[in-house]
Design a protein around this ligand. Structure first.
Ligand SMILES: Cc1cc2nc3c(=O)[nH]c(=O)nc-3n(C[C@H](O)[C@H](O)[C@H](O)COP(=O)(O)OP(=O)(O)OC[C@H]3O[C@@H](n4cnc5c(N)ncnc54)[C@H](O)[C@@H]3O)c2cc1C
Length: 326
């Protein structure tokens, strides 16, 4: 790891002003310090966001039912939060409660989880030069080791988006609040991820001086049922190999709304448009299995990650059954 300066700004505006191409924000530092040790990032300064807990922390529920999750809230705080107790928000609690290990969850922040970089071993090793790290001219996983890589949405890079928190936030209709300088803006969480996640594109769309302030959930997210399920090789200390977040409204025995987002199968969190075909139907295992088969028929696996097609379907069906209360 190369030497760097640690800056402790006293406001979000000062943090934004202190950022730049060779300076990077640090939350808990779990992903970032790995990247420094792996020498895939080499900033001359880290801008520490942890002193800004008053602006960037906390989980709050307004009278109108909307919920604000500060960017520095930890994954464990989300998993344990009474403000997120409604069945409609269970997918988020489950996703954060299953991520990583208890030690990591108790430090890892929501902002850092959404903005962490991908886990492709070619990208993560200074020994390799790939198109995504900007040092090579192609994706080395195409003709290399790719068992954990993408089966949907591949442009020219097989990385998968690693965040547990992103798929449930997508199905809950979350918005992110971002500050640059003194100016704040809100945007749908989908806009945090690139339209076309090519090798030359970063995992997220924030600029170097954009501070993620908070994530907002609409009141409607708490209604209905939701669930998150994932597969992984190890019980703990591991990232998902496939994941599915589901939010369903069910009234009078019929599905009234449906939203699905897959994780760990594409360079972005992967929303499933086919979810709309569930609306008006009576929830059942057969209905959910048909949908899962249709969704995964469009997958484009490589030689080594064909298992994701079968496992991903099972995970999606499990999540749908749980969200429907079956
Ligand atoms: C053993 C292990 C297993 C893991 N398993 C999982 C898993 O199963 N699922 C999963 O999702 N993750 C997993 N992780 C990853 C872990 O959850 C992330 O590394 C962590 O959430 C990052 O949060 P952080 O606060 O440490 O972010 P940092 O490392 O501090 O930051 C990460 C990135 O986000 C940027 N950033 C952070 N906060 C902000 C902000 N507010 N505004 C602008 N930029 C910001 C930083 O500049 C940096 O580029 C695992 C990690 C380990 C070590």
């Amino acid at each position: 790891m190369n030497p760097f300066e640690l800056r402790n700004p006293d406001s979000v505006a000062a943090a934004s002003g202190a950022a730049g191409p060779a300076r990077v924000f640090k939350a808990a530092g779990i992903d970032l310090l790995d990247r420094l040790k792996e020498r895939i990032d080499d900033p001359d300064a880290l801008v520490n966001l942890l002193p800004l807990g008053a602006e960037l922390g906390g989980i709050g529920r307004s009278d109108d039912g909307t919920i604000r999750l500060g960017a520095l809230v930890t994954l464990q705080q989300i998993a344990d939060s009474d403000a997120l107790a409604a069945p409609g928000l269970r997918a988020l609690r489950e996703a954060c409660g299953e991520a990583a290990t208890p030690q990591v969850r108790s430090r890892a922040t929501l902002g850092g989880n959404l903005l962490q970089r991908n886990r492709c071993w070619y990208f993560r090793s200074a020994a390799f030069q790939c198109a995504h790290d900007g040092k090579g001219d192609r994706c080395l996983a195409w003709h290399g080791e790719n068992r954990y890589h993408a089966i949907f949405g591949v442009v020219d890079c097989l990385r998968v988006h690693p965040s547990n928190a992103a798929p449930p936030l997508m199905v809950l209709g979350a918005e992110v609040e971002v500050q640059r300088g003194e100016a704040r803006r809100r945007q749908p969480i989908a806009a945090l991820f690139p339209d076309s996640p090519a090798a030359a594109t970063a995992e997220h769309t924030l600029g170097a001086d954009d501070v993620l302030i908070a994530v907002h959930l609409p009141a409607a997210a708490a209604r209905g049922g939701s669930a998150y399920r994932e597969s992984r090789e190890k019980q703990s200390f591991d990232w998902a190999t496939t994941a599915a977040a589901v939010h369903l409204g069910v009234e009078g025995g019929r599905i009234t709304s449906a939203s699905i987002c897959l994780g760990a199968v594409a360079p972005n969190p992967w929303p499933v448009d086919d979810a709309q075909s569930l609306v008006g139907e009576a929830p059942s295992r057969e209905l959910f299995e048909q949908l899962a088969r249709r969704v995964f028929r469009r997958a484009t696996p490589t030689e080594q990650n064909r298992y994701k097609v079968e496992v991903g379907q099972a995970i999606l069906v499990d999540a749908l059954l749980a969200a429907a209360g079956l």
